[in-house]
Design a protein around this ligand. Structure first.
Ligand code: T5A
Ligand code: NA
Length: 204
């Protein structure tokens, strides 16, 4: 049996990441491919609870301190990520280090400083970037509840994401219907899974 794939979803707030991650995980499991849904921040750990207090606006933290918390929240789960993937489980991950860099650099901090603490994290096999007009996202669901859900800030985040884009990124038109996006993703992710089986997971 080959290894699992490490698939990451990125994008601005309310671009539809969690919706598509859930549908994709159900689809892959229905095909008998062992798949788990993960997310960052993972709010259930001790570090994740501090992050949750910050993003729900209950607590204040220095920008750089919270940036390092988000990164630490990824690092604390690296052993488990590696274990799962090596045992053949595919991980579909709702946000990862790209969000970390985009959100802090959008506040005006140096991009290189922002990237530093994430160097060495496992590298995703595929990144799906959910591209949407910030104004369109702002009318979805409960937009506005969390700290960063302010349109001017989201526009800066979007610009930062653009500068992080790598050739391996798949840009998805997130303004399409939920069903259409799901179909496009299923086709693409199945190819990624087939490619991963006989390769090693690399590190950034
Ligand atoms: N953050 C995160 C950092 O600053 N640094 C970091 O290192 C990391 C990892 C919380 C915040 O943390 C920041 C970024 C965030 O501001 P989160 O927990 O991922 O991150 O945020 P959530 O609030 O849970 O999720 P998002 O706001 O990002 O929303 P999603 O997951 O993109 O969108 P989703 O799927 O929940 O959909 C939103 C609404 O739109 C509808 C859905 O039904 C829902 O109501 N919808 C659609 N409507 C029309 N057409 C479509 N195609 C639709 N798809 C979904
Ligand atoms: Na989400």
């Amino acid at each position: 049996m080959g290894r699992g794939a490490f698939v990451v979803f990125e994008g601005c707030d309310k671009s539809g990441k969690s919706t598509q991650c859930r549908l994709l995980v159900d689809y892959l499991n229905s095909l008998g491919k062992k798949t788990e849904l993960w997310r960052f921040p993972e709010r259930s750990t001790a570090i994740g609870q501090i992050i949750n207090g910050y993003i729900t606006k209950k607590d204040e933290l220095h920008d750089k301190a919270v940036h390092l918390m988000f990164s630490a929240n990824r690092w604390e789960l690296v052993p488990l990520i590696k274990e799962k993937i090596a045992s053949g489980v595919t991980l579909v991950v709702d946000r990862y280090a790209y969000s970390g860099v985009a959100f802090t650099s959008a506040k005006g901090y140096d991009m290189l400083w922002c990237k530093n603490c994430d160097i060495g994290l496992p590298r995703p096999d595929a990144v799906y970037y959910m591209n949407i007009d910030v104004e369109d996202a702002s009318v979805r669901g409960d937009y506005g509840c969390e700290r960063y859900e302010v349109s001017d800030f989201q526009k800066k985040v979007q610009e930062c994401f653009q500068s992080l884009k790598e050739p391996s990124w798949n840009v998805i038109d997130a303004g399409e219907s939920i069903d259409n996006i799901h179909k496009i993703l299923c086709e693409s992710v199945l190819k990624t899974l087939a490619e991963c089986e006989n390769t090693l997971l690399s590190e950034d």
